[in-house]
Design a protein around this ligand. Structure first.
Ligand SMILES: [Zn+2]
Length: 81
């Protein structure tokens, strides 16, 4: 599925809001419809190369939202909806 993300193309570069492809959730994962997110100080450190992050990368690891998808077939046994 196509989603909107803050993408960093290179170390110390600008955050670019772009459309990227997101894999279908796997077993033990859920799909969350994000309604709010932000860029925090940790993201800025990652942008500046303080962590071993690959480029390009998607930033903004904090967010709020609601569950927006079904568990794919073959999910973990005993899982509840
Ligand atoms: Zn953070």
């Amino acid at each position: 599925m196509r989603v909107t993300a803050a993408v960093m193309e290179e170390k110390c570069g600008a955050f670019n809001i772009d459309t990227v492809e997101l894999d279908t959730p796997q077993a033990e994962e859920v799909l969350i419809k994000i309604v709010a997110t932000g860029i925090c100080h940790t993201d800025l450190h990652a942008r500046d190369g303080y962590f071993p992050m690959p480029y390009p990368g998607v930033y903004g690891h904090e967010g709020g939202g609601c569950r927006g998808g079904r568990r794919p077939r073959g999910g973990a046994s005993g899982a509840r909806r």
